[in-house]
Ligand binder design. Structure first.
Ligand code: ATP
Length: 221
């Protein structure tokens, strides 16, 4: 059966934190493909958020060399607000019969109660929760969608356990996985661009050039 990873985010911009997570998840779990889904433009303009077209193009540049990676325009092309539940259903139509895994960093999974139709979301796909610097698996203890022993979460945090598979309350599978910590954040990158600092080594060269050429994240003067 084809196994697909769905990796949603603002990708503002995409960086080596995202890319390392995708590479390691795919290799460790033997997924056939990872589909990056950059979000569209929000109804209310957010000055920090680059235009959806730019964010989509940057992801495209970042993944073009990896034959196991793809980018979806589902969310970016949509005029109105996109929700993860709709994205998953659309991908299910495009890939009938595939097993869909929604990939989320610890922080993103903790935030799910604030998303659109969260209960439905956690019953629509299986989940992969990846580690991220500054966030602890122990923080998942209060998730309403997960019933898990805190000692297991602590073992993941202390690296006594590299991976743990269990069921969400919805009955869907969830895999928690430690990945190589990459101390890069999109917020940090945007700040560095604003201050005129180099962002080399934080993201692929093609993405860096794109940011420079299109003057993204620069304060407009
Ligand atoms: P920002 O700094 O703008 O908040 P972000 O990287 O947190 O950016 P997204 O682009 O929406 O925001 O993140 C997409 C997904 O990638 C989320 O699930 C997030 O948890 C995960 N992620 C982001 N950075 C890392 C990282 N360094 N390591 C692991 N996962 C990450």
């Amino acid at each position: 059966m084809m196994k697909l990873g769905i990796f949603g985010g603002t990708f503002n911009p995409v960086h080596y934190g995202h890319l390392t997570a995708a590479v390691e998840v795919r290799e460790k779990l033997g997924l056939n493909k990872i589909i990056f889904v950059p979000s569209g433009n929000p109804p209310l303009k957010d000055t920090e958020l680059a235009d959806a077209k730019h964010r989509y193009k940057m992801v495209k540049l970042a993944v073009s060399k990896n034959r196991f990676f793809a980018v979806s325009d589902i969310e970016y092309k949509k005029k109105d607000k996109s929700y993860s539940v709709d994205t998953i259903e659309k991908l299910r139509c495009i890939y009938p019969g595939a097993r869909l895994y929604f990939i989320a960093g610890i922080d993103a999974f903790i935030d799910i109660p604030n998303w659109w139709q969260p209960e439905r979301l956690v019953s629509l796909a299986d989940f992969i929760i990846v580690s991220r610097p500054a966030f602890k698996f122990a923080g998942l203890a209060s998730s309403p969608y997960l019933k898990i022993n805190k000692s297991i979460l602590k073992k993941l945090d202390s690296a006594k356990l590299g991976q743990y598979k269990t069921k969400l309350k919805s009955g869907r599978e969830v895999i928690m996985m430690r990945i190589t910590p990459i101390e890069v954040s999109a917020t940090g990158i945007r700040k560095m661009v604003k201050r005129g600092k180099s962002i080399k080594n934080l993201l692929p060269e093609e993405v860096e050039s794109y940011i420079i050429t299109h003057k993204i994240y620069k304060v407009k003067s």
